[in-house]
Write a protein of this length. Structure first.
Length: 352
């Protein structure tokens, strides 16, 4: 009996699983290097149209690289400045908010006990929110911002080199391929689809954040800039992100005004904006091929969050969509892309 055969199905499965485990734990172990690289790739793809436009209008290569990088530095720096200032103010106000919330909870319990003639504390735990945990969460947010600040120089440095390589990489790829024309078309298609997805998603996320920030300001909520920024970032996570973004706004509404009606109005704005942008505008602009199933969204959120932390969770869906686009354009792996999609291929649906 030959035990050295590696083409047996069982051996192939075991080998594939072993490779998967190595890759998964390698992603987690290499997070300090891979996370800045992923952020740099994200910004570089978004900046690629600007660089191409500058080059087409006669700008030197160095200027066409430096200008998008400086624009990104300005925008990211402004966002981080607003976020750090708002989070610091939130930390100062948090004890007052928690006291108000505890008082509202106490009043509600007394009201229910008076109507039902029962002591609720005998049946349920009345401390719904642990103040220490909330304060710890806010402190953790400040720490994450500090961590992001320390990472920004490396991110922009990698981004500059990526933009520099973007002008020569197609020629390198073409020289390595046997069927250069076919491979060149495939590379252009992958880059074009990734760029289309990231640009459309970012524009829609910016619009979502701006509208919801103004909505929070209109209804008198504290920290509208922070709420808008949270809505912008969390909009990269379909379905789940919009729910998470609405929670602090609704809680603030209850704390500041003590009214369920006011909170419902605030929540209705979040629901309406995400219905219009997430369910109508975004699918029409992106097309059906760039969608992911809800299960895949949840699993990618858990996986990238586990591997790379909160920033990995924010990048989870863009990273998964980029992988899906690559799989769709690889003949022997297209079946994996079909499994990741939120709906069956058109040919299958027509047959059914």
């Amino acid at each position: 009996m030959n035990l050295n055969r590696t083409d047996a199905p069982g051996a192939q499965v075991l080998f594939s699983l072993a490779c998967l485990v190595v890759v998964v734990f390698g992603l987690r172990a290499a997070a300090p290097i891979l996370l800045p690289s992923a952020l740099a790739l994200f910004l570089a793809v978004l900046s690629l149209p600007v660089m191409v436009w500058l080059r087409s209008h006669g700008f030197p290569k160095a200027s066409a690289i430096v200008i998008p990088v400086l624009l990104n530095v300005a925008v990211v720096g402004l966002l981080l400045a607003f976020a750090s200032q708002s989070v610091a103010e939130l930390q100062r106000e948090l004890p007052n908010y928690l006291n108000t919330l505890a008082q509202l909870q106490s009043d509600w319990v007394k009201n229910v006990e008076a109507r039902m003639d029962v002591v609720l504390s005998d049946y349920i735990t009345l401390e719904l929110i642990d103040p220490g945990a909330v304060i710890g969460l806010a402190s953790g947010a400040v720490g994450r911002i500090a961590q992001l600040l320390s990472m920004t120089f490396l991110v922009f440095l990698i981004m500059a080199f990526m933009l520099s390589e973007a002008t020569v990489f197609p020629d390198k790829f073409r020289s390595l391929s046997r069927n250069s024309d076919e491979q060149d078309d495939r590379l252009k298609k992958i880059v074009s689809e990734v760029k289309t997805y990231l640009v459309i998603k970012t524009v829609i996320s910016l619009a979502t954040g701006a509208i919801l920030g103004l909505w929070a300001y209109f209804w008198g909520l504290d920290f509208p800039v922070l709420l808008g920024l949270a809505a912008f970032l969390l909009n990269y996570i379909p379905t789940v992100g919009s729910m998470i973004a609405a929670i602090p706004a609704v809680l603030l509404s209850v704390i500041l005004y003590g009214s369920i009606g006011h909170a419902l109005i605030v929540m209705s704005g979040y629901v309406a904006v995400n219905m219009v942008f997430g369910n109508i505008l975004e699918p029409n602009l992106m097309g059906r091929r760039l969608g992911l199933s809800t299960l895949v969204v949840m699993l990618s959120l858990l996986f990238w969050g586990w591997a790379w932390g909160p920033l990995g969770a924010l990048l989870s869906v863009p990273l998964t969509v980029m992988v899906k686009i690559w799989l769709e354009n690889t003949a022997d792996l297209r079946w994996v892309a079909i499994l990741l999609d939120k709906s069956a291929p058109i040919a299958v649906e027509a047959a059914e």
